[in-house]
Design a protein around this ligand. Structure first.
Ligand code: GDD
Ligand code: MG
Length: 360
């Protein structure tokens, strides 16, 4: 499939260390985002830009990923999985997957949320005769990312992954984690040892003068790598800050989405924008929202208040409990009248006793 970048590799093999404890229970690429597995958003974006042949480069908890996404048919894409025996890093992961690829290839980090116009990226790549194009974004604090310097014409001049504290910072433009790469270039990456696309592949292309460009559009972008960013990503989508080609599951109702078979008792309020999962049960006089996601099969007790929170599947919130801007893993039980404060993250299966107060 040589024509115009219709294939993609998604790097989905990291351990999601910074997203713990959420990733102890589920692989990072499929943690829920508004009740869809995270990668469903990337797949929807790819599909919206004519890319429907996608290889997932996995190494950690691949069964979670398979269970959530299957063969991709439900999402309108063809998904194939390649699994590393030992993690091969971002370079080795792409190299391993590249056996199934040809022509021009999109490569995505499996943890970035964006509505970037991939068609425009493809046009820029072609117009410049670029062999590798990197999606760039400006950020306030670039040190935790890959720093990228470009010339006036957009050509890459320098790629420096996560500079040390002593190093002088010369740009706030970073690697946004989407690339267009001419597949034959990937033969440069060693096949059977771990390597880093950021520390090895990109700097080598620049050093050798291979045409490589940056593309820095004004668009929505966020790395969902830690729990604060993960919750903030939910709020962004609920408040309409991104133009995603995928809506939350459920029917639109007064500015919220109510899932199939959910029940909302008399006197219970869903304050928009919120998402209530399939089969969820909201008891009388509870208030859910704004900016809240209730997972499939979750139950919110009478008089409870849940605001700015993300609840995974089957969470049980006791009567009169108050949850404020927290993230609650699957099957957590929160006792009656307990209070859970901002940015608290509860591991799947946790039990919060009646009347307890949890703060960060
Ligand atoms: N298959 C496979 N194998 N995938 C991996 C492996 C591996 O051994 N290691 C990491 N990945 C995947 C992760 O799952 C993630 O989707 C992606 O590669 C990037 O790894 P992260 O661990 O999330 O890297 P980061 O967030 O610190 O930095 C990267 O992303 C930034 C943008 O969010 C870099 O690409 C930076 O340059 C970039 O700025
Ligand atoms: Mg990341």
């Amino acid at each position: 499939m040589a024509d115009g970048a219709r294939q993609a590799v998604i790097l989905a093999g990291g351990q999601g260390t910074r997203l713990r404890p959420l990733t102890l229970a589920r692989a990072k690429p499929v943690v829920p985002l508004l009740n869809h597995p995270f990668l469903a958003y990337q797949l929807a974006l790819l599909r919206a830009h004519g890319v429907s042949d996608v290889v997932l480069a996995c190494s950690y908890r691949v069964d979670d990923v398979r269970e959530a996404l299957g063969d991709g048919a439900r999402l309108g894409v063809r998904l194939r999985y390649v699994v590393e025996d030992e993690p091969l890093g971002t370079g080795g992961g792409v190299r391993h997957a590249a056996d199934l690829a040809s022509g021009t290839l999109f490569v995505l980090n499996g943890d970035i949320l964006t509505d970037a116009d991939l068609t425009a990226m493809r046009h820029l790549h072609e117009a410049h005769g670029s062999r590798t194009t990197i999606f760039l974004q400006p950020v306030d604090d670039p040190r935790q990312f890959g720093l990228v310097e470009t010339g006036a014409d957009g050509r890459l001049l320098r790629f420096r992954e996560k500079p040390t504290a002593e190093e002088k910072i010369t740009t706030n433009t970073i690697n946004g984690g989407i690339y267009l790469i001419e597949a034959p270039l990937l033969a440069r990456i060693p096949r059977d040892r771990p390597s880093s696309i950021e520390r090895e592949f990109f700097p080598a292309l620049i050093a050798e003068g291979i045409p490589a460009y940056g593309w820095c559009p004004r668009t929505y972008w966020r790395d969902l790598g830690n729990p604060v960013a993960y919750r903030a990503g939910h709020v962004d989508l609920l408040e309409g800050r991104a133009n995603m080609p995928l809506s939350p599951p459920g029917e639109r109702h007064d500015g919220s989405w109510i899932g199939v078979g959910a029940s909302v008792a008399d006197g219970a309020h869903v304050v928009a924008p919120s998402v209530v999962g399939a089969g969820a049960v909201l008891a009388r006089d509870c208030r859910v929202g704004p900016a809240t996601v209730v997972g499939d099969g979750a139950r919110v007790g009478a008089g409870a208040r849940v605001e700015g929170a993300v609840l995974w599947e089957r969470v049980e919130v006791g009567a009169g409990a108050v949850l404020d801007r927290c993230v609650v893993g699957a099957d957590v039980k929160i006792g009656a009248h307990a209070r859970v404060g901002p940015e608290v993250v509860l591991e799947s299966g946790a039990v919060v006793p009646e009347g307890a107060t949890l703060a960060r």
